[in-house]
Design a protein around this ligand. Structure first.
Ligand code: ADP
Ligand code: MG
Length: 620
């Protein structure tokens, strides 16, 4: 609730609307208690007194009635009518919409055609017709305004419901054996409520205007009862001679409708969950950089990550996702980065090209040198020209990285033409060649396929082809085979390995599977809690892991034909990176931990093989 208010008041205009409307509502509520003159008492001797006259702050009308008193009583009535009409229209309309959208088929057809019939009449004409049938009067005007607004809510809510009714969580509820009523109440309605509230808050202003309009025409409140519309109607004859009689209710209508609309916009923004999580700001094109000092050491090598620190600043919490990570990648080399889920592998990889979403991501230290050039804090244009051309990414889930509405050939052509101004025909032939390179059979025809027409393994190959499109020097593959089955995984790994050898690619291969590392990587870095805990040549680390964590990870890989043994698991959970313990982050789960492991800063020692442990399993 406090978050909602904070978001609401961040929008200045909405805050202004809330304050103005608040004052008006409080005045309307207090009206019976205020020392006002009776609103309907006529005194023809005092007709058309100007504002600020003795005893009449806002003057009097054509019957000598006190305008201030009539204004407050009229505002009270108009507000009540507007809110009541919005509530009635919103509830009935939403109920119709939810039922039509959820049940679909004939129910949907019959109700929606009925709604369409209502919508076929001009709005105000329909309201007039309803009042004409029911007879003039406050209640009938309210009914008319509510009825003409029901179609708006019904159509709106039906659309939203149709979208929700086919989502997986509704199917899951059905599979769990829930009945229709239960699903409607517990799964659908909670998702609809914000939409109804938003629609109501943005239409109340309209409803107040419409009820005032009916009263203006003499069809709503009946004399002598005042509402804002009837006050305007009665003042019409004296518009020129006594303008204040129209200006007073007119200004009040303006204030009410304006503040309701401003507030409604603010509520809509504050209730939108997408705006809520990302705050009201868009992610930046490159990760925010806040380095206290520039690292000075000049490194060689194709890609050098030096003491990289990437954090997430979420409110008062700081998540240290990547903590002084240093890695080096040489041409033609494959470096494995391994660790449990949440250890900071993806954030490390995304930091290289400034792809961590900001907010909340911030790079707070270190350097990333590509052929000697520091990429951290580099201008966006520089990063953009390197992304995809020098350093390309392959992600875990190819279905979410491919655009569902474009043919894969066109997506490849787009990737090529971002960096090279070649003709469409040439780009097309290169796209087909790429598909051929990643062993997609019948490449010419497959280029015309949409992503959903391919199998998971083929989609991942398309992802690899896209990464190869601009002949990059480095490919960063973030768990590219995790979503694939074992045979396809083996094919994709073999393909990557061959591409590396034939094109001299350097690969940073991220995985949580030591089996995959053993197959593909020359060197491996083990990551835990945002830090590198061990690095070295793959064969050496596999044969004699030095860090207890690496040893436990390797023990988790099942051995084919290695006899029956209980599968190892590492008890406990990885630490939360917003609250890392001092000393070794693995100590709470390590059976060799001694008191010394839980304090101070344990550094990475060694040369070719490095380990961050006070009591390593073997001395590298
Ligand atoms: P993985 O090693 O599985 O790829 P990640 O690099 O994705 O792990 O995540 C590293 C850590 O950063 C995790 O603990 C995660 O909770 C945290 N993290 C990632 N994104 C965000 C975010 N937007 N806000 C806060 N924390 C995040
Ligand atoms: Mg990841």
């Amino acid at each position: 609730m406090s978050l909602f208010l904070r978001l609401l008041f961040r929008n200045r205009l909405a805050g202004f609307g809330a304050v103005v409307l608040g004052i008006i509502v409080v005045l309307a509520l207090l009206t019976p208690l205020l020392p006002l003159q009776p609103p309907n008492e006529t005194n023809t001797a005092n007709r058309f007194l100007r504002p600020l006259s003795e005893g009449h702050l806002l003057g009097t009308d054509h019957l000598g009635r006190d305008l201030l008193s009539r204004l407050l009583w009229g505002t009270r009535l108009s507000l009540a009518m507007g809110f009541a009409a919005a509530l009635v229209a919103g509830l009935i309309g939403a109920a119709i919409g939810v039922i039509a959208g959820f049940f679909g088929g004939r129910t949907d057809n019959v109700t929606m055609r009925g709604i369409d019939m209502l919508m076929a009449f001009p709005y105000i004409l329909l309201a007039l017709a309803i009042v004409a049938v029911l007879g003039p009067g406050l209640f009938n005007a309210l009914v008319a305004v509510a009825v003409v607004n029901i179609p708006f809510f019904a159509r709106n809510i039906r659309g939203v419901t149709v979208g929700i009714a086919h989502r997986e969580f509704v199917d899951a509820a059905r599979l769990a054996g829930m009945g229709n009523t239960r699903i409607l109440l517990t799964e659908i309605v909670p998702n609809i409520v914000p939409v109804v509230v938003i629609a109501m808050s943005t239409t109340i202003g309209w409803m107040i205007l419409e009820t005032a309009g009916l009263s203006f025409l003499g069809l709503g409140s009946q004399p002598p009862q005042a509402d804002l519309g009837s006050m305007l109607g009665e003042a019409r004859a004296a518009m020129i001679t006594a303008p204040h009689t129209s200006i007073v209710p007119g200004v009040m209508i303006l204030l009410i409708v304006m503040s309701v609309n401003l507030l409604g916009d603010g509520i809509r923004d504050a209730l939108d969950p997408r705006l809520r999580s990302g705050a009201l700001s868009r992610p930046m094109a490159a990760t925010r950089v806040e380095r206290k000092q520039r690292p000075t050491a000049q490194g060689e090598g194709l890609l050098r990550i030096e003491a990289l620190e990437t954090q997430f600043h979420v409110g008062p919490r700081i998540y240290r996702a990547v903590n002084e990570v240093s890695l080096e990648l040489n041409p033609g080399e494959c470096l494995g980065l391994i660790g449990e889920s949440g250890s900071g592998k993806s954030v490390t990889a995304l930091s290289v090209m400034g792809l961590v979403a900001s907010p909340p991501g911030v790079i707070t230290g270190g350097a990333v040198r590509l052929e000697g050039q520091d990429l951290i804090g580099a201008p966006y244009e520089v990063l953009r020209s390197l992304r995809g051309r020098k350093v390309a990414y392959i992600f875990q889930d190819p279905l979410s990285t491919l655009h569902p509405l474009y043919r894969i050939g066109d997506q490849l052509i787009e990737a090529i033409r971002v960096h090279e101004p070649v003709s469409h025909v040439e780009a097309h032939s290169r796209a087909v060649k790429l598909l051929d390179d990643v062993r997609i059979p019948n490449a010419v025809e497959r280029a015309r396929a949409y992503p959903h027409e391919l199998s998971g393994g083929m989609r991942q190959r398309v992802g690899i082809a896209m990464a190869l499109a601009n002949d990059p020097d480095i490919i960063i593959a973030d768990e590219p085979t995790t979503a694939l089955d074992v045979t396809v995984q083996a094919q994709v790994l073999a393909l990557l390995d061959e591409l590396r050898r034939s094109r001299g690619l350097a690969i940073l291969f991220i995985t949580h599977d030591f089996g995959v590392v053993a197959q593909l990587c020359d060197r491996v870095a083990v990551m835990y809690g945002g830090r590198i805990v061990e690095t070295g040549p793959t064969a050496g680390v596999l044969a004699a892991p030095a860090h207890p964590y690496s040893k436990r990870l390797i023990a988790c890989v099942p051995e084919l034909g290695g006899g029956r043994r209980a599968l190892a698991a590492i008890p406990g959970l990885p630490p939360a990176v917003d609250d890392l313990p001092p000393g070794c982050a693995f100590a709470p789960r390590c059976d060799k931990a001694k008191p010394g492991c839980r304090q101070g800063n344990i550094s990475l020692t060694g040369a070719l093989r490095q380990v961050r442990c006070l009591f390593p399993e073997v001395t590298p």
